[in-house]
Design a protein around this ligand. Sequence first.
Ligand SMILES: *Cc1c(COP(=O)(O)O)cnc(C)c1O
Ligand code: SF4
Length: 401
Amino acid sequence: MLVQSSLSEVLKARSELFSRTNWTDPTSQLQNRVKGEDLSKYFVLTESEEIGIRETIRLHVSTTPYYLSLSDPIDPNCPIRRMIVPRSEEAVFSSEESPDPLDEERLSPVRGLTHMYPNRVLLFSNHSCSVYCRHCMRGRKVSSSDERMEKSDLENAFAYIRTHEEIEDVVISGGDPLNLSDSRLEWILSELHSIPHVKICRLGTRNPVTLPFRITEALCKIIETYNDDKLSIFCNTQFNHPKECTKESKEAILRLLKVGVSVGNQSVLLKGINDEEEVMLTLHKKLLEMRVRAYYLYDPELIPGSRGFRTPLARGIEIVEYMRGKIGGMGIPQFVNDLPGGGGKITIAPNWYLGYYPKTRQHAFRSAVTKKIHLSFEPVGSNKESYYPTISDSEWEKFGL
Ligand SMILES: *Cc1c(COP(=O)(O)O)cnc(C)c1O
Ligand code: SF4
């Protein structure tokens, strides 16, 4: 039964939860996670959220007290709240959506491994996370105990990687690999480290955002042991909103940087949460202050209920276009679409290049700073003139140069 809580009940429940959690202890944070319909105790719910909680197939909602503390108990438009609490739109599934839009299962040679690109694989290390995000593209798997990866499953995955010498880069994702125990993670890293052709290992984790206390000194020591001349360990995390850039998060990132792990951010473009130019610019400025470089900005996948957070494709392009010139290049993500049906990722960039005018051998560009047209010449004797989209005489005249 979904309870309707008043504001005073919500505030009281929050303060009880926060005081019984041993705040900086990750185990205590995980033990005190708020799950499923219990969310209704910590928010004054709107009707849409009530429907969302009652009717979405994925009732594996869960949040750490820490992440909950960043959310607003009253304002339904709070971006953190919107990443935790489902709404009625998410209970609507359409035929264009699929639980596995990227065909990860078809591209999986052994359980838990997706081998789509020749030299790199995605390893599904475990099904648990600290917070279950509404927009998770692997929602079919995360939080489901049927998807538990046994030691033998991982051993089969390592055996596959070992016999495929073309694999140089292993992306460990899930779920969230940092929700494994230290000893299990150490075993995974030592196995990968022992495979001669594996040069790069990436930890895909939201814990710096959702449970920064998980980045303990002990964990960092383990990572440091395997981050050496043989293997380079990277971390890709997912900050989606400036509100997530806290002092605790920054401390977690700095601990990773100290053991030589470069941290990048892959945010997801989410309707009503971060689909505004200024929000994305502020997020990436804050990330740079935390020494996190921008990597990708994902267009959300067509998972069931995704109409609740998908934006028109143009939004991502416009946002990246807006950012250019206002922040250093290392703070500008590449806008990425992971193509349905297992086509892999492609990047979509703003159209700064307008084309080539053969008569004068000139390329025309639109400047991100002046917004005007600027010209540059193709080298004399170039054999690539047919490569470029041609500007016609009438278009050229319209430039009014
Ligand atoms: C995203 C992804 C990767 C890594 O892609 P990069 O563009 O190198 O970050 C690898 N394998 C699969 C299946 C993926 O979905
Ligand atoms: S932390 Fe990552 S894998 Fe886990 S629910 Fe969120 S987006 Fe999905």
